[in-house]
Design a binder for this molecule. Structure first.
Ligand code: ATP
Length: 303
């Protein structure tokens, strides 16, 4: 009996681990409402990364055929620069992310990364190249350290510490009685929306992908912490020349972008440009900035 129980116990724990990680993946995909059905073409090649220029070319897409979200949208996100996408709630900003990740395929036009149609590359290589801080970050029922390390499983404890400092969450974690070993998730400690966002930023900095997408990534932070975190993120992105995309309602978090794209009614509302250009041209962005846009409502907080 004794001889048998050892391997059975062992198998039991492997089974539980496996089951837990499958559940975790499920949670992740459910939370992100992910459609994982997109398949590789038989001749799909890994994405050859050359800087990370993204181009949407006449992209048409809707979740339902009778309700297009993007109508022949064209824009270029330059390699190594910070681009912001702004526009009223529901105009399709997060949809741009889902299409880029190929959670869905476009219904018209194409999306290119460094000149390659993303449907011709393997989904795995595509998703490895893009990192995201989503609107709502799924946390695993595990320690804070594990949750950050999910960005890159083989990271050292020092690396976890380093990114946490840059993500402005280290002091908060250190103040917890169990520090980085604090359990979070459904069965762990409740952590705030702003703490969750900073954990997500730590996770992304650890993953360190060539393309980074921040979807309302700092919306739950007080403006002092937000400014400090954005300053750190900006200097990391500049230093590493990463392509980044920021979606934000609070325009003051993106006005220093190298390019601002305004989406509205399924289209690009005006030629993209930097803040000063868009203010001078007196179009949609300038009225958003002035807080005069009724559609934007109270979501727009200016200074
Ligand atoms: P917000 O600023 O509020 O986050 P958004 O600009 O990011 O909005 P999206 O999330 O891209 O907007 O959604 C665009 C539109 O598509 C919305 O009207 C939304 O209700 C709809 N939509 C999003 N996901 C789905 C889905 N899985 N099935 C059907 N409709 C969807």
């Amino acid at each position: 009996v004794f001889q048998l129980s050892v391997p059975l116990n062992f198998l039991g724990s492997v089974y539980r681990e496996l089951r837990q990680s499958l559940l975790d993946m499920e949670t992740l995909f459910n939370l992100q409402k992910v459609n994982i059905a997109v398949k590789d073409k038989s001749d799909a090649k890994p994405l050859e990364f050359k800087g990370g220029e993204i181009r949407f070319e006449n992209v048409t897409f809707g979740y339902h055929p009778d309700r297009p979200i993007l109508k022949s949208v064209t824009f270029t996100i330059p390699a190594g620069k910070k681009t912001a996408i702004v526009g009223p709630s529901g105009c399709g900003k997060s949809t741009v992310l889902r299409l880029l990740f190929r959670f869905y395929d476009v219904q018209g036009g194409r999306i290119l990364i460094d000149g390659r149609d993303i449907r011709d590359v393997t989904v795995e290589s595509l998703r490895k190249s893009i990192g995201v801080v989503p609107q709502d970050t799924p946390l695993f029922n595990n320690t804070i350290e594990h949750n950050i390390r999910y960005g890159r499983i083989d990271a050292t404890a020092e690396e976890v510490l380093h990114v946490s400092k840059r993500a402005k969450i280290h002091d908060t974690i250190s103040a917890f009685p169990e520090g980085y070993q604090t359990m979070v998730g459904e069965r762990g400690m409740m952590i705030s929306g702003g703490e969750k966002q900073r954990l997500a930023v730590s996770r992304l900095l650890l993953k360190d992908p060539p393309i980074l997408f921040f979807d309302e990534a700092t919306s739950a932070l007080d403006s002092h912490t937000e400014q400090a975190l954005l300053g750190n993120i900006s200097s990391i992105l500049k230093e590493k020349e990463r392509t980044s995309i920021f979606v934000a309602h609070r325009l003051r978090t993106i006005f220093d972008s190298d390019q601002i794209i305004v989406l509205r009614d399924g289209s690009v509302a005006e030629p993209p440009g930097i803040h000063e250009q868009l203010i001078n041209s007196g179009g949609v962005y300038s009225s958003l900035w002035a807080g005069r846009d009724a559609e934007y409502g109270t979501g727009t907080v200016l200074y």
